[in-house]
Design a protein around this ligand. Sequence first.
Ligand SMILES: *Cc1c(COP(=O)(O)O)cnc(C)c1O
Length: 375
Amino acid sequence: MKVQLLDLASQYRKIKKEVLREVKQVCESQHYILGKNVAALESEIAAYSGAKYAIGVASGTDAILIALMAAGVKAGDKVVTTPFTFFATAGSISRLGAVPVFVDIEPETYNIDPAALEALLKKSAKGVKAIIPVHLYGQCADMDRIMKVARKYRIAVIEDAAQSIGAGYKGKRAGAIGDLGCFSFYPTKNLGCFGDGGMVTTNSARLADRVKMLRVHGSRVRYYHDEVGANSRLDEIQAAILRIKLKRLDSWSAGREKNAKRYDSLFAKANIKGVLDTPKISEGCVSVYNQYVIRVKKRDELRAYLSAAGIGSEVYYPLPLHLQKCFKELGYKKGDFPVSEKAAKEVLALPIYPELTPAAIKHVVATIAGFYSKA
Ligand SMILES: *Cc1c(COP(=O)(O)O)cnc(C)c1O
């Protein structure tokens, strides 16, 4: 039995007719940029996330870049984030000429450690203009503590919610808690389009106006430019497809959660305690399980074994950002963030997509248990 890490084809089959009809409509309308689908999707995502405003942009990476610009981050400013995230989080900081400052993660949630963040700012908050907590794998970071310390030092909070659309945090949803929120519609995200796309959310009318201005070359009135912005827009075809998928997102997230619970209980019964940890969801959090990530001993051997058995898995992420070649000049070294470095050696994401069958989950767990019983 083969089990792919992700199966976008089965999702496509279910929505194909509707997708082709809507794409055709956009083509017939000949209106491709910032038309009615983008406007409608923006209000729908705002309502879905519980934020007052949502502004479509060209990708999740651009969402972070433009959110930083909207928050007034400039070259030379410091922006605090985690080294255990997708590259774009820190890459966007650097592209502005700002300086990423890393803080280690919590071992159980893999999200930024608020105690380490507090300690860093207490030592010196000088030059720090923003904090980007990342809601990794579908679970929100500890936002109460992050917001508290950010307010104390008057630092903007930009949520990287690329993996966490719809994730719950104490009655709120990802993207509506900080000053700005960033979503990605990359195909493998929980709400993925048929190309690149992204969205910025905010509760501030002033910041929403800035994001709108920055995505069209810093222009509020056509051909008059207040600031140097970017050309970063979500297009009508992607927005039309995303609107079809957004209607089904809650049921897909429920499917992911059901699969996660099934894995949890099967792993608990599999008698492989001590070599395998299942994901921990914090009190007050509802995960949307963009990934189901286990922590294991002999991770690389297990991954090769699964691959030989026809089971897909992936390592998010094998090298923490402070050790990436492109960030050498930041001056970090091995050992600076031990929790992230350990996680990078031990995490493994298993298939979790909503259409995954109970039999497939059982097979994945049995194969993993088989590996450790031989080891
Ligand atoms: C996917 C992702 C991004 C970037 O999104 P793109 O749409 O691929 O540019 C940023 N941060 C995190 C945590 C992500 O997973």
